[in-house]
Design a protein around this ligand. Structure first.
Ligand code: ADP
Ligand code: MG
Length: 254
């Protein structure tokens, strides 16, 4: 579903992603862990086409993301191609970024109505279903400012899912939350893993959570995957020195 082939990204002279190869299969949940500044967020932003790349090719759902085929050669994608590719991908960030002037249900209906062209009736039905799934249907007519961080993040997840993406990206979605509400957000993600065949790529600092729900864990270091393995292997028997150092530093911090 996602394939990075030799992808590089520079900011000026700073190489942030270095010839990255990364594959995520359909229905797979892959976690990305690693130190701050190792390029984790950049990978997700590249997938959202919020960042351009300097080298390599990315495929999403069998199609090139930032390129398109024309007369048998790959050329840079035009806006129309980018728009159709963006529709395949949903993302939740650390900061929920709900529209403050809209109610919960309006937040969820906005994209389906204005981007996908659904009728209001259809968008409302879809949104109510998802708000029920994340346990927020009782708050559907509230504005985001009346909600806790955990509640806002659950609405943000429902809003992203209302676009019916094939791929969901999560970037430290629990990092800005009070400890007592982290569970309500991780439980929604657990539910997605258990009940839906979504392809998911998740950056997280919660090693226990990554260990529980991932099919595979990638340890990022310096803009590359230093080590990737099943959670059992990566957390239980890391092979690379840097992985060992990172995991033991985290253990000490807890
Ligand atoms: P992570 O999410 O792993 O903490 P990021 O992907 O956010 O790391 O950042 C990787 C590197 O790219 C860091 O060194 C960061 O300072 C740099 N970086 C990120 N965004 C920009 C930007 N817009 N301009 C310049 N440097 C950036
Ligand atoms: Mg980050």
């Amino acid at each position: 579903m996602i394939r990075f082939m030799g992808v590089s990204k520079n900011y000026g002279t700073l190489a942030v992603i270095k010839e990255l190869n990364l594959d995520v299969s359909e229905g797979e949940m892959v976690s990305i862990i690693g130190p701050s500044g190792s390029g984790k967020t950049t990978v997700l932003r590249i997938l959202m086409t919020l960042e351009s790349i300097n080298g390599g090719v990315i495929y999403v759902d069998g199609e090139p993301l930032t390129h398109m085929a024309r007369n048998g050669v790959l050329v840079p994608a035009d806006e129309r191609h980018l728009r159709s590719m963006r529709a395949k991908i949903g993302m939740c960030f650390q900061q929920f970024n709900l529209f403050p002037h809209m109610t919960v249900i309006q937040n969820c209906m906005e994209g389906p109505v204005h981007v996908l062209g659904l009728s209001k009736h259809e968008a409302r039905g879809r949104s109510e279903e998802l708000l029920t799934m994340v346990g927020m249907i009782d708050k559907k007519d509230d504005h985001p400012s009346r909600l806790s961080g955990g509640q806002q993040q659950r609405v943000a997840i429902a809003r992203a899912l209302a676009m019916r993406p094939k791929v969901m990206l999560f970037d430290e979605v629990t990092s800005a939350l009070d400890p007592e509400v982290i569970g309500e957000v991780t439980n929604v993600i657990r539910k997605l893993v258990a009940e839906h065949n979504l392809t998911m790529l998740m950056v997280t600092h919660q090693m226990g959570f990554a260990r529980d729900i991932s099919d595979r864990v990638c340890f990022f270091y310096g803009g590359k995957i230093e080590e990737e393995a099943t959670p059992r292997e990566l957390f239980g028997d890391p092979q690379r020195e840097r992985t060992k150092q990172f995991l033991s530093a985290i253990k000490e911090a807890v």
